[in-house]
Design a protein around this ligand. Structure first.
Ligand SMILES: Nc1nc2c(ncn2[C@@H]2O[C@H](COP(=O)(O)OP(=O)(O)O)[C@@H](O)[C@H]2O)c(=O)[nH]1
Ligand SMILES: [Mg+2]
Length: 252
């Protein structure tokens, strides 16, 4: 069994991609399940085969501990790893070829607290990786691009599994995704764009961050895709195969 963990900022397209990948692999004849790891998920674009909400009930946490929605969500996110045995058993019983994990909308609750990294580390499967989604609508300019690239690197450090960097929602930014792709494959082009944005203080910081990401091999070439048109899903699945079955790291 291969496990794929989808990460990225809130609204980047994790849940929709979960449903697309499940259908994609199922259509190819692979048994595939979708696992919802977001205890606060309100409505999902797929029916989870395994759902953390069956094990963690947000309204009863709010009641029992007298917490507001935000406090309860933090509490619930910290509980995810305590439910690992039940979730592992459910997944093992379904015995899929692929398990796609949709992680909480608020990335900091999953990646920066103990629960998420622990869950990923201890989940037992043949190979695992994460896909970090760069939301096309958030990386509209060079400074924003560098800040999201820094977040991607930060998640790679926290989760410690091979990571693919993908550009989501390429259908809604016109041709701008081509510029974003160029920045991802040639960091000097991004540095030029940082310079042209003429924000002096931020230029020094952002260009230094960029150079260090490149130097440390934490700067990723993006795979652009759209969950609506399905452009790029083939490229994404090819990269997933290389990493999961070939043990290859994502190419920087
Ligand atoms: N146009 C477009 N919209 C998308 C795409 N992926 C996700 N969305 C929309 O963006 C919003 C947030 O997506 P969702 O999957 O819930 O993001 P999550 O918070 O990362 O799980 C939803 O309204 C989706 O329908 C995409 O590839 N193209
Ligand atoms: Mg979601």
């Amino acid at each position: 069994m291969y496990a794929i963990f989808l990460t990225g900022t809130a609204g980047a397209g994790k849940s929709l991609l979960t449903s697309i990948l499940k259908t994609w692999y199922s259509d190819k004849g692979a048994t595939t399940i979708a696992v919802n790891l977001d205890p606060g998920a309100f409505s999902l674009p797929y029916t989870p085969d395994v759902d953390v909400k069956d094990h963690i009930d947000l309204p009863s946490i709010m009641d029992s501990y007298q917490l507001g929605p935000n406090g309860a969500l933090i509490f619930a996110s910290d509980m995810i790893s305590t439910r690992l045995p039940e979730i592992q058993e459910q997944v093992d019983t379904l015995n899929p070829d692929y398990a796609i994990f949709d992680t909480p909308g608020q990335v900091e609750l999953f990646a920066y607290r103990q629960s998420g990294p622990y869950f990923i580390e201890k989940f037992v499967c043949d190979a695992k990786c994460s896909i970090f989604l760069f939301d096309s609508t958030l990386v509209s300019n060079a400074i924003n691009y560098v800040s999201i690239a820094l977040l991607a690197a930060s998640l790679k450090m926290r989760l410690n599994v091979p990571q693919i960097a993908a550009l989501s929602k390429r259908d809604i930014v016109g041709d701008h995704w081509k510029k974003l792709l160029e920045w991802s494959s040639d960091s000097l082009k991004l540095e030029e764009a940082l310079f042209e944005e003429k924000r002096c203080t931020e230029y020094v910081l952002s260009s230094n961050i960029l150079r260090n990401l490149v130097k440390s091999d934490f700067y990723y070439e993006l795979i652009p895709f759209s969950s609506i048109t399905q452009d790029g899903i083939l490229d994404l699945s090819a990269m997933l195969s290389r990493i999961l079955s070939g043990g290859e790291e994502a190419s920087n």
